[in-house]
Design a protein around this ligand. Structure first.
Ligand code: ZN
Length: 344
């Protein structure tokens, strides 16, 4: 006799309008929502680590000494992926096998002198000061004709390969635009052509009207698990007013972004009772002289965990095929985050 397979729960495909690809959700594979951990996470990490190359007054690999910094400290990466020191290479004009110099600027942004604090745990004014410093960086890069694009990103947690837990993010200012942004630009252009609208605004309108996946909202910013999330606890945070990059945002708007960010990540940390790991890119338009009138910058939180200790592995479908398969459904994960009660 043939065994009947239980297919209750959600099983569907959703279109990712910015990546222009299908995401497959099969939530029946993992039907029960995560209810949260009960044991307390304990951290014995000190505020200052003499071995840490990001702590104040410590020596870095290249022999330079960090200043006795009191808030955000930004320096050029000692082991840059792109940089002024990259050697000249012979430019190949073969249409298939092209190469060129890996020029650009790579920087490290230490959020705070304290080794054992996260952007989530920093006070609201302290975290806002970090975003103000990032805005200054963007304003500077905008003036630099060598720089076409700036990727700001934070890798948080050992599970995403962060070797140093000192709270920091990185900046790659490059002579090319990263693929995900090129894809979003192409999708927004096509949407403008086909529907005479702004794709980002349409997504925001849809999420606001639906409301089921909103995690945080204030006067200036909104955060939600997108309808087409790739990762279980993926959250996107938008300033409500369109800005192509951080460079043009007011102090109040940046504070709104920070407030939404902290609301989301405090829910993460509470749900999992740990500093919840993620990769967080800032998606911004290029900073060359072209007009990116439709682009609406946003922060994207991509957490690798789908349950404590259980990582979403990218395998056959994702690496091999290029499309995401999820065994969770965005509304269910949003509901878990919405249920968390924050003290402040
Ligand atoms: Zn440190």
């Amino acid at each position: 006799m043939q065994q009947k397979i239980d297919v209750r729960g959600h099983w569907e495909q959703r279109w990712h309008p910015l990546r222009q690809e299908w995401i497959v959700y099969a939530a029946h594979r993992n039907a029960r929502p995560w209810l949260g951990l009960t044991e307390e996470h304990q951290s014995n990490t000190p505020a200052y680590d003499p071995e840490c190359y990001l702590c104040p007054r410590n020596k870095r690999h290249n022999g330079k000494i960090n200043p006795d910094y009191k808030d955000t400290f930004i320096f050029d990466n000692d082991h840059p992926v792109v940089g002024d020191g990259a050697p000249d290479v012979s430019i190949s004009d073969d249409p298939l096998f092209r190469k060129r110099r890996a020029s650009g600027i790579a920087r490290v942004v230490c959020y705070d002198p304290r080794h054992n604090i996260t952007l989530t745990d920093m006070s609201f004014p302290e975290a806002t000061a970090v975003f103000l410093a990032l805005r200054t960086q963007m304003q500077e890069f905008r003036q630099n004709p060598e720089i076409q694009f700036v990727l700001i990103f934070e890798n948080k947690g050992e599970i995403v390969g962060t070797s140093n837990q000192h709270p920091h993010c990185q900046i790659y200012a490059t002579n090319f635009t990263f693929k995900n942004i090129e894809q979003e630009l192409a999708a927004s252009e096509a949407y403008r052509h086909d529907h005479r609208g702004n794709i980002f605004q349409s997504i925001l309108d849809f999420e606001q009207k639906d409301g089921a996946r909103i995690i945080a909202e204030n006067e200036h910013a909104i955060a939600f698990v997108p309808f087409f999330a790739q990762y279980a606890y993926e959250v996107w945070i938008f300033p409500k007013k369109r800005h192509a990059t951080l460079a043009t945002q007011s102090d109040e708007e940046l504070a709104g972004l920070v407030a939404a960010y902290q609301q989301v990540t405090r829910r993460y940390d509470r749900l999992f009772n740990m500093p919840f790991p993620y990769v967080m890119p800032f998606y911004q338009a290029p900073v060359d002289d072209r007009n990116y009138g439709d682009y609406h910058m946003h922060l994207v939180l991509l957490p690798p965990l789908r349950q404590p200790g259980i990582k979403k592995f990218l395998a056959g479908p994702e690496i091999g095929g290029g499309n995401f398969m999820a065994d969770t459904i965005p509304e269910e994960k949003a509901a878990e985050l919405q249920k968390i009660i924050l003290e402040d």
